[in-house]
Design a protein around this ligand. Structure first.
Ligand code: AMP
Ligand code: TRP
Length: 330
């Protein structure tokens, strides 16, 4: 089974990215043949960004993924812009993409209202490039967090429409969204997802936060006026903490509820903070060493791109052939 996912080199990765996506990538290395992970720098240029920082952040993200457990020997880890087949395939796929569908995407709507200078066409086409990322590898499965559901549905539509019009060339991928932790919430505003751009600073726990910062953020987490430590729709704050603790300790949310039944919110928040500190501390330590050697990271990304290109170029050739683009293949 081919597994593919992408992650943006923007912002600082937070607990939502870690639980919703990165831990799934690490687990996918066992099942994927191959497991492919792409740092999507070309997606990052669709909103205002700092060109000076884009390369740096790509290295930050690469180091973080390896620190979290991706093994460059056991998976394919690369930078999107190194494999030009992604942008070529994106252009070919726009032929079977409806503009109305792109216009209706929630992420486009949310991000376009945040743009002050310019709502770029790149922001509108973002999901087509995302479809190209996955379809270029004929991926069967795409591990992502809950917020990517709509993009994955569009990607399936694009693949199906392509196959309907030009013949059965593209694999229609399935999403894989975790049962627990698919939508980690902001600790201050638990009705919102944890997010670098849309969340609160105090409610966002970064993977590389110092233990003291993690403890402070959990201690101040917003809960509710009740006392029960149970998951319920009207208790988004407590529900979030239960799920975070379950993932951090590798147990089920039911086990967390049983352990803390009758407990106090204050103690529970403190215990959650401790579990998260223990969970993230080894990642932060490994990150510092890995990030220090930029040329090793660059060499690793180049080696990954060489492996990726072999697969993506074969798909692109089939797509061009089916679409009548370029010379006839032999
Ligand atoms: P991004 O940093 O936007 O490229 O997101 C990387 C991955 O993290 C994607 O698979 C997202 O679905 C996932 N993700 C982002 N925010 C959250 C969150 N609050 N909870 C769970 N998963 C998330
Ligand atoms: N849009 C995704 C996000 O914001 C990142 C992404 C780009 C992606 N290409 C992808 C995710 C391909 C999965 C598969 O998180």
């Amino acid at each position: 089974m081919v597994i593919f996912s992408g992650i943006q080199p923007t912002g600082t990765k937070h607990l939502g990215n870690y639980i919703g996506a990165i831990t799934q990538y690490v687990a996918a290395q066992e099942r994927g043949n191959p497991a492919i992970f792409c740092i999507v720098d070309l997606h990052a240029i669709t909103v205002e960004y700092d060109p000076q920082q884009l390369r740096e952040k790509t290295y930050d993200t690469a180091a973080l993924l390896i620190a979290a457990g991706l093994d460059p020997e056991g998976c394919i880890l690369f930078r999107q812009s190194d494999v030009h087949e992604h942008t070529e395939l994106c252009w070919l796929l726009v032929a079977v993409t409806a503009v109305g569908e792109l216009n209706r995407m929630h992420q486009f709507r949310d991000k376009s209202v945040q743009q002050r200078q310019l709502v770029s066409a790149g922001l509108l086409l973002y999901p087509v490039l995302q479809a190209a990322d996955v379809l270029a590898y004929q991926a069967d499965e795409v591990p992502v967090g809950e917020d990517q559901r709509e993009h994955l549905e569009l990607m399936r539509d694009i693949a199906e429409r392509f196959n309907g019009r030009f013949g059965p060339v593209l694999t229609v991928p399935k999403q894989r969204i975790p049962d627990v932790g698919a939508r980690v919430r902001d600790l201050q505003e638990p009705e919102r997802k944890m997010s670098t751009t849309g969340g609160t600073e105090q409610g966002t726990v970064y993977v590389l936060d110092e233990p003291a910062a993690i403890s402070r953020k959990f201690k101040r987490a917003v809960t509710d006026s009740g006392t029960d430590i149970v998951r319920r729709d009207d208790k988004p704050g407590i529900t979030n903490l239960i799920e975070v603790m379950a993932v951090a300790r590798g147990i089920t949310p039911d086990a967390v509820e049983a352990e803390y039944a009758g407990g106090r919110y204050g103690d529970f928040k403190k215990a959650t903070a401790e579990a998260v500190v223990d969970y993230l501390e080894p990642v932060r330590e490994r990150y510092t060493d890995l990030r220090a050697d930029e040329s090793a990271l660059e060499a690793m990304l180049q080696a990954g791109a060489a492996k990726a290109r072999v697969i993506a170029s074969a798909t692109l050739a089939d797509v061009c052939d089916a679409m009548g683009v370029g010379p006839r293949s032999s």
